[in-house]
Design a protein around this ligand. Structure first.
Ligand SMILES: NC(=O)c1ccc[n+]([C@@H]2O[C@H](COP(=O)([O-])OP(=O)(O)OC[C@H]3O[C@@H](n4cnc5c(N)ncnc54)[C@H](OP(=O)(O)O)[C@@H]3O)[C@@H](O)[C@H]2O)c1
Length: 321
């Protein structure tokens, strides 16, 4: 008998568990790179892709993904509300926000929905930026899906007073109404305002609007800032620069939403895999990569374009330093 005849073929490598981010648009998403890096660093055997779904095709897209063996997905604009609706089980956070950014597909066919955006925001502010939220006066600008997702976790972080300011006041009032019981339980003063009616300044200002995408002006008056306030934009990259430069010019400490993105991804990953990835390390790597991309872009841009592309970040802001 030859040696070759005694050899048994190696078993086929197990297929990776499938995950994805679903959105429209979605090509710009950094989530695949973040989750693939988490998997590499924690030794998890997963595949994670970006999935562009038609605007009227979210539920079908999720069903198709489950049929292909999908284990879970992240959900981005504009499907977060629909994600909460198609779930068969919802976390308390999803029940409050009416929106989900994380789905987990269960063995019996059920779909569990969670919203990790608020946990990501709070972790980035308190852990990465080193700014305490407990006892602070916080302004949340915007009342769309992103604002809805973070309101509960901000209340739970122990803020003293939380003001929701939105161009369309009725939307801010509806959010405040939906969270009134939680605010009362936690003894937090929760208010709705229009941006023009804001008279005092705040410890922390969070921009959860899409105003910069519309090319519009900063959505709040400068009197909301005081020297040393934290001015946080949920966006990152060039879309955040207008708000962050404006805040810096008024003495506030600027921070973009990249850390929130990585921290919310870490929460989703931990839910799916039962393993907590090293979010701070991945955030530092992503920051370095974005800075390199911005430098490369500014080498080919005019001086005015280069100024617009320069990232604004708080000096010494935790992992972003
Ligand atoms: N870093 C992260 O991990 C993360 C996570 C989630 C979301 N985000 C970002 O957060 C942003 C908001 O997302 P969303 O899902 O909440 O969007 P959305 O549901 O469409 O809500 C948009 C919000 O922006 C306001 N707005 C839009 N244009 C405005 C303008 N010209 N002036 C003043 N206010 C304006 C809207 O006010 P009206 O109600 O008056 O229309 C509304 O409050 C997005 O850019 C998204 O990328 C980041």
């Amino acid at each position: 008998m030859t040696p070759a005849a005694t050899q048994t073929p190696a078993p086929p490598a197990a297929a990776p568990d499938l995950y994805a981010v679903m959105g429209h648009p979605v090509a710009h998403s950094r989530s695949p790179a973040i989750h693939r890096r988490f998997a590499e660093l924690t030794g998890q055997h997963i595949a994670y892709d970006a999935c562009l779904l038609p605007l009227d095709g979210f539920a079908q897209g999720v069903r198709d993904f489950i049929a292909r063996g999908g284990r879970g997905c992240n959900v981005t604009v504009p499907f977060k509300h629909e994600a909460a609706q198609i779930a068969t089980q919802r976390s308390a956070r999803v029940a409050l926000a009416g929106a989900a950014n994380t789905l987990m597909f269960m063995a019996g066919g059920g779909i569990y929905a969670d919203n990790t955006d608020g946990l990501g925001l709070v972790a980035d502010i308190t852990r990465n930026a080193g700014v305490a939220l407990a006892g602070r006066d916080v302004l949340l600008v915007g009342a769309g899906g992103a604002a809805a997702g973070v309101l509960g976790p901000l209340l739970q972080a122990g803020v003293r007073r939380l003001t929701v300011a939105n161009r369309t006041l009725t939307k801010a009032q509806a959010l405040v109404q939906a969270h009134a019981d939680l605010a009362k339980l936690l003894k937090v003063e929760l208010l709705a305002q229009t941006p023009q009616a804001l008279e005092s300044d705040f410890d922390v200002i969070i921009n959860a609007t899409a105003s910069s995408l519309a090319g519009a002006a900063v959505p709040v008056p400068a009197r909301v800032l005081r020297p040393g306030s934290l001015a946080y934009d949920m966006m990152y990259g060039p879309a955040a620069h207008g708000f962050l430069h404006w805040a810096q010019q008024h003495g506030a400490r600027p921070r973009d939403g990249l850390g929130m993105l990585v921290e919310q991804a870490a929460e989703s990953f931990a839910l799916w895999r039962g393993v907590r990835p090293p979010a701070a390390q991945v955030l530092a790597e992503l920051q370095a990569q974005l800075q390199a991309e911005a430098r490369a872009a500014s080498r080919t841009a005019s001086p005015a374009e280069a100024q617009a592309q320069a990232p604004a970040q708080a000096p010494g802001a935790g992992a972003k330093a």
